[in-house]
Design a protein. Structure first.
Length: 271
């Protein structure tokens, strides 16, 4: 009985050490995450193997696991850039990105956990300055926003693709011009719109005048043809036919045949 405490103490120590060992040797990778293994006595960061995926993992207690989010993420950036004529433009943009999964070890080894600040954001700023510097404020304000968005994306992607970062999209959310420049552009656009509206009305009026002219000429030609075809005999025949039709009606009347002008019938006593 006296020996039990002496035996129990080492067992207790072993159990405690085992618990510590197990707790230090397990790691759980969450959803949308991956782990980079760092071997303290085995060459440092593991770059020749895929990262640790989601779930439970056993590692040596003296090794480390650095967890990265590998889902698509978004970063926002506000910049001040210069247009082609040297005016200061405020650009509000965002980028959708994620680390390249298979190269996560290289990303950690060469760039570190703050790779967004070291790689992505400086590249976006540089690309934005380069692209915006090709355009005037008028182009940036009106029709070129989609174009510069695409160009910033392509230039940024070309650089960060070699830095183990996958760029999915760049969005230009707002372009802010100096107030005086914005007002001048709006006045110019308004004047251009009014000019286009006036030209449209003028073109419409010209087309309507041409239509009326063509219509009048057509009627004139039709009247000429009709006048040429209506001889005195035809007119008399039409008059006689009309007289006969009227004579068939039940109204009391007197028809004098051959007493009208040019021998046309006269109808008297219509009621």
């Amino acid at each position: 009985m006296e020996k039990l405490p002496k035996i129990g103490l080492p067992i207790l120590i072993i159990v405690v050490l085992a618990i510590v060992f197990i707790s230090k040797s397990t790691v759980t990778i969450g959803s949308g995450e991956a782990g980079v293994l760092y071997k303290t006595f085995g060459g440092g960061v593991v770059t020749d193997e895929p990262p640790l995926g989601e779930g439970f993992h056993l590692v040596l207690p003296w090794d480390k696991v650095i967890v990265y989010e590998v889902r698509q993420q978004e970063v926002f950036e506000k910049m001040q850039v210069l247009s082609s004529n040297g005016l200061e433009i405020k650009l509000d943009a965002s980028a959708w990105f994620q680390p390249q999964y298979e190269k996560l070890g290289l990303l950690h080894q060469q760039k570190g956990e703050n790779y967004v600040q070291r790689i992505l954001l400086p590249t976006i700023r540089s690309a934005a300055r380069s692209v915006v510097g090709r355009y005037t404020p008028e182009q940036l304000y009106s029709s070129k926003r989609d174009v510069i968005q695409k160009e910033i994306f392509e230039e940024t992607k070309k650089i960060v693709g070699d830095q183990f970062v996958q760029l999915n999209e760049v969005l230009v959310r707002d372009v802010t011009l100096p107030p005086t420049i914005k007002e001048a552009i709006e006045r110019k656009l308004k004047q251009e719109q009014e000019s286009l509206e006036y030209e449209f009305k003028l073109t419409k009026a010209q087309k309507e005048a041409e239509r009326q002219k063509i219509d009048a000429e057509g009627k004139a030609v039709a009247n000429q043809i009709l006048s040429a075809s209506l001889t005195d005999k035809i007119l008399k025949e039409k008059g006689i036919q009309a007289t006969l039709e009227l004579a068939k009606s039940s109204n009391a009347k007197v028809v004098i045949v051959g007493s009208g002008k040019d021998g046309m019938p006269l109808i008297l006593g219509n009621q």
